[in-house]
Ligand binder design. Sequence first.
Ligand SMILES: NC(=O)c1ccc[n+]([C@@H]2O[C@H](COP(=O)([O-])OP(=O)(O)OC[C@H]3O[C@@H](n4cnc5c(N)ncnc54)[C@H](O)[C@@H]3O)[C@@H](O)[C@H]2O)c1
Ligand SMILES: [Zn+2]
Length: 380
Amino acid sequence: MGQGLGFGQCKKISEKDIDHAWEDVLVPLGQRSYHIYIGPGVLLETPKYLKGLGSFQGPFIITDTTVEEYVGHDLLNVLKQEGFEQATMLSFPAGEQSKNMDTVVDLARRLLKHGCDRGGLLLALGGGVTGDICGFLASIYMRGIDFVQLPTTLLAQVDSSVGGKTGVDLPEGKNLLGTFAQPKMVLADIGVLCTLPAEEIRNGIAEIVKYGMIKDKELFERLETDWWDVINLEPQLTAYLVKRSCEIKAEVVSKDEREGGYRRILNFGHTIGHAVEAASDYTVSHGAAVAMGMVAVSRISVERGLLAKEDLERLIALLERFELPVRIPESISVEAILENIKRDKKVKAGKVNFVLAKGIGDTIITDDVTNEEIVRALEA
Ligand SMILES: NC(=O)c1ccc[n+]([C@@H]2O[C@H](COP(=O)([O-])OP(=O)(O)OC[C@H]3O[C@@H](n4cnc5c(N)ncnc54)[C@H](O)[C@@H]3O)[C@@H](O)[C@H]2O)c1
Ligand SMILES: [Zn+2]
């Protein structure tokens, strides 16, 4: 690799750049429409944006212990200094193992202790785990209160903070309890991504590659040409990547909010990816699993004559640029993956939906992919 920075060591952003959001994406959902404001420093502007929401109680920052240290205390200070003296912060231990009902109940009881009533506003400050817990809590606390998403991981900024899916895990599986609940607003501060570990950045990049594959050839090509700036989180480019990802997700979600059909295209690479994650006992990260899943379904697409072989090769080369794996590790058996695909909660009446690539930037959904095709793709 050339000289310079490396995963996540953001380029400097000058002070003059941080006085307004660079991008503003609308998620059009009728009365539940909301804006996503993207740029460096938008978190410092939280008080201004909150004032636009009218009156509410709190706000109550919900965050994990890691983000509390990196960003939470600063956000709490800014809120208190700028008219929100009642602002409070509640944290829980960082990590997926906190995404369960115990955490939700514990937070609900702490909210009660702080006097949070039906006018309360929650701020989900953190990655997808925090967003999912906080959104779920907001959707059931006193039959539903408002919340705002303040995503601090790349994955949360390009994916989980948008679209309104919330939920927690059960010992039997991930995201088995949940609701649909849209936030009032999303503030995606790309400046806070600098402290993210490389693996977390890769998780986000895998989703951006997915958006390119399913909907946007230009985005895919931008990742190919500017890959070095992508991993260095160059600010203008990062803002563009977050914006395009949010626009694509917003467009899909606004057409199919509750995943009747069309929204499934967002699962490109995920049917096999989720099965790989589960078969590895979650030792393979989500981004890595999705990368392997995208390659596998693209192989099936090539076999079916939907995707050119050169396009599969471009996908593989791009993922390798980002140090994402393109092959299933030998330690995971194909049988275990097939078994987990069958167990996926999205399986309906024994049929598994697969999203296949129709060129770069287009997909089709089908439920007739055979086990033999999957095995061939996984063993290729
Ligand atoms: N609701 C949805 O539509 C949706 C979509 C995709 C994923 N998800 C969920 O999102 C979760 C994964 O999200 P995630 O990858 O953001 O995980 P995460 O929330 O656990 O964050 C990853 C790690 O990064 C840390 N972190 C967060 N921001 C940081 C920062 N700025 N600097 C340094 N460290 C930081 C966190 O403390 C955590 O340890 C999963 O539970 C998944 O099911 C939900
Ligand atoms: Zn994903």
